[in-house]
Design a binder for this molecule. Structure first.
Ligand code: KG4
Ligand code: ZN
Length: 351
C-alpha cells in the first residue's frame, strides 16, 4: 500500500454507496470536511414496477458510476485522485447483490489502480454514522433507531464500532410497510414521502388501527399486521363502493406506525438506561416521526437532515474512515455480502 493517511496528510476518503437503488459518491477529507456528495436516485426507473427491480438497479448503478466519480472529483477540486485519495470506502452489505457488486468492484479497481487502501462498510453502520456527520459533538453511548425500507432496528452504540442489537422487526420493515400501504391506496412508489405528505391533511382518528406490538414487554416491532389492517379497511370500503378517504387512511396509519416506533424506543431507553437517541434511515425523514421524537426526547434526540437519513455515500465515507482508523484496511479480496450483519463483525458484540 502506497498511501496511509492521517488527519494532517491532506488526503481524502472516497465513499461509494450502491446497496439498493441510490448511487452515492462522496469525497471527505481525512479531518472530516465534506468536499463533495452526489446522489443519483433511480426512483423514476423503478416507479413503473412499484418497487425496486434488482437487475435494473445494477444496470443503472453501472451507468451512473463513472460520470458521478468524475463529477465528485471536480466538485471536490481533486485533479489527481491517485495522489489525493488516501482511502476508498465502499458498502459491502447488506443490500442487493447485483447493486453491491457494482460499488465493490469499482472500489476494488480504483484502490488497485491508485495503490491505496480499501475498507468495506456495513450499510447499517453507515446509517449510524450519518449522525456523526450531522452532529459533530455527538458522543456514544446512544441508542440508534435505524428505520428504512429494509430495516427497523434499535441498536445500542456503546462506542463507535461497538454495537449491540436491542430489538428489531419480526417481519416487515417500517419503510416497507409505508410503501405497501401506499400501494394499497394507489399512491406512487416510494410511498413513504407521499403517505407522509397526505397524512398531514388527514384525520389520524378516522380509523382505529392497531399499534403494533404495543402489548408486548420486549423491544420488537411488527408491521405486517398493520399493513393487513389497512388492506382490510380499504378493501371493505371498496366493496361497499365508498370513496376512500386517502388522507385519513394515511394519517391513521402513520399515527399507529409512529406510536409503535416511539413506544418501543422509549422502552429500549428504559431497559438500557441510555437516554440519548439517534434516528437514521429513510423513514426518519418522516415529519410525524421527527416531531414525536423531538417532543418526547427534547435535546436528547439527534436526527440527521433528510438527505443524510436516506441512503447516501457521505455516511459510508465517514463510517469507512472511522473503521479504517480502528481496524485498518480490509483486504483487496473483499466481496459483497447481501445479508451482512453488523453484529458478526470484529469488535461488535451481541447482548
Ligand atoms: O434508507 P433508505 O433510503 O433505503 C433503505 O436502506 O431502505 O430508505 C428508503 C425507505 C423507503 O421505504 C421510503 O418509502 C422511506 O424510506 N421513506 C419514508 C419517508 N421518506 C422515505 N417513509 C416515511 N416518511 C418519509 N418522509
Ligand atoms: Zn439504507
Amino acid at each position: 500500500m502506497r498511501k496511509v493517511g492521517s488527519a494532517a496528510s491532506g488526503l481524502s476518503v472516497l465513499g461509494i454507496e450502491t446497496s439498493c437503488d441510490d448511487t452515492g459518491v462522496a469525497v471527505m477529507s481525512f479531518d472530516g470536511r465534506l468536499q463533495a456528495s452526489l446522489l443519483s436516485s433511480q426512483i423514476r426507473d423503478h416507479a413503473a414496477f412499484g418497487g425496486v427491480v434488482p437487475e435494473l438497479a445494477s444496470r443503472k448503478h453501472q451507468e451512473a458510476m463513472l460520470p458521478m466519480l468524475r463529477a465528485a472529483f471536480s466538485d471536490a477540486g481533486i485533479t489527481e485522485p491517485r495522489r489525493e485519495i488516501g482511502l476508498v470506502a465502499v458498502t459491502t452489505g447488506p443490500g442487493l447483490m447485483g447493486s453491491l457488486l457494482v460499488g465493490v468492484m469499482t472500489a476494488k479497481g480504483l484502490a488497485q489502480a491508485w495503490g491505496c487502501p480499501i475498507v468495506g462498510v456495513n450499510h447499517i453502520e453507515g446509517h449510524i454514522f450519518a449522525n456523526q456527520v450531522a452532529h459533530k459533538g455527538l458522543v456514544p453511548p446512544f441508542l440508534c433507531l435505524v428505520v428504512s425500507g429494509g430495516h427497523t432496528e434499535v441498536i445500542l452504540v456503546r462506542n463507535w464500532g461497538d454495537y449491540s442489537m436491542v430489538g428489531r422487526t419480526r417481519d416487515d420493515a417500517a419503510g416497507e410497510c409505508y410503501d405497501k400501504v401506499a400501494r394499497i391506496l394507489g399512491l406512487p412508489y416510494p410511498g413513504g414521502p407521499e403517505v407522509d405528505r397526505l397524512a398531514s391533511q388527514g384525520d389520524p382518528e378516522a380509523f382505529d388501527l392497531p399499534v403494533p406490538m404495543s402489548g408486548t414487554s420486549g423491544v420488537e416491532f411488527s408491521f405486517s399486521g398493520l399493513k393487513t389492517a389497512v388492506l382490510w379497511a380499504v378493501s371493505g370500503m371498496r366493496r361497499e363502493g365508498r370513496e376512500i378517504p386517502v388522507a385519513d387512511v394515511c394519517a391513521s396509519f402513520q399515527k399507529a406506525a409512529v406510536s409503535s416506533l416511539l413506544g418501543k424506543v422509549c422502552l429500549a431507553s428504559k431497559i438500557t438506561g441510555v437516554g440519548r437517541i439517534c434516528l437514521s434511515g429513510g423513514v426518519s425523514a418522516n415529519s410525524a416521526l421527527r416531531t414525536a421524537f423531538r417532543s418526547r426526547f427534547g435535546d436528547d434526540v439527534f436526527i440527521p437532515p433528510a438527505e443524510l437519513c436516506t441512503d447516501n455515500a457521505v455516511m459510508i465515507a465517514a463510517a469507512g474512515l472511522d473503521r479504517f482508523r480502528r481496524d485498518g484496511a480490509s483486504g483487496i479480496d473483499i466481496t459483497p455480502d447481501p445479508s451482512a450483519s453488523l453484529f458478526d463483525e470484529k469488535r461488535s458484540k451481541t447482548p
